[in-house]
Ligand binder design. Structure first.
Ligand SMILES: [Zn+2]
Length: 233
């Protein structure tokens, strides 16, 4: 029993100031020359924290946030898993095209699972197909021999963390604005994780930019340590 960490790597340069927001947006939608010393710096910071605290996780990258060599080394050092964060899910063909391109990257060869970018409300970029269509992804996963282990739902009680056919429909989000009022405390998550696996979701750009997200994650990591709760893969 324990905690399962899912990390969605959304922003190439984070969003901690206006300049980073702009260059993140340009690289997401068009192309931007890779500035290696600041590319995914928020993820480096997050990974160093995880590795220092023996926290393992599943890291889902978009096409515009594929790992660099230094990120790949940090992922390997912490024994993390690399997955695909899908954007163009208009059809199985567009999805497969994006996936094949993703896996052709030297650092993404071991990818064997995916998650969906966005929860259905907003169009989050030029290549993003906004609807969130879970049943379609479950079907595609079966047809394309890839795992789809995590949905984008918000858990409101412990039953919402039950696993069905290898799929967790709901997450506990480290971003407090994406929590149910009936399940919003880190302490409650720790209690549940003593009896069953609990999938938690974080975005490293938010860990870097927002103090409240960082503090919540640090609290979860510390309480997990004190209660001997493992980070399971
Ligand atoms: Zn995302």
């Amino acid at each position: 029993m324990g905690l399962i960490l899912r990390v969605d790597v959304d922003k190439p340069y984070g969003h901690s100031n206006f300049f980073y927001k702009i260059i993140s947006k340009i690289s997401e939608d068009f192309w931007f020359p890779n500035i290696s010393f600041i590319y995914l710096f928020h993820l480096k910071c997050f990974l160093r924290y995880c590795n220092k605290n023996s926290v393992r996780g599943y890291f889902y990258h978009r096409m515009c946030t594929v790992p660099s060599l230094s990120i790949y080394n940090l992922l390997n050092k912490g024994n993390h898993k690399i997955g695909f964060h899908a954007e163009n899910t208009r059809s199985i063909e567009t999805f497969e095209r994006e996936l094949v391109k993703f896996k052709s990257n030297a650092y993404c060869k071991t990818c064997d699972s995916f998650t969906k970018h966005g929860s259905g409300t907003y169009k989050l970029g030029k290549h993003h197909y906004p609807p969130y269509e879970e049943n379609k992804y479950i079907d595609w996963a079966r047809r394309l021999q890839i795992k789809f282990p995590f949905g984008n739902g918000i858990a409101s009680n412990s039953n919402d963390f039950n696993i069905e056919n290898g799929f967790y429909k709901n997450m506990f989000w480290l971003e407090p604005e994406y929590r149910s009022e009936s399940l919003s405390l880190i302490e409650e998550i720790i209690e549940i994780a003593k009896h069953q696996d609990v999938p938690v979701l974080i975005h490293p750009c938010n860990f870097y930019t927002f103090k409240v997200v960082r503090k919540e994650f640090e609290k979860l990591v510390e309480l997990a340590k004190i209660n001997n709760i493992e980070w399971v893969i």
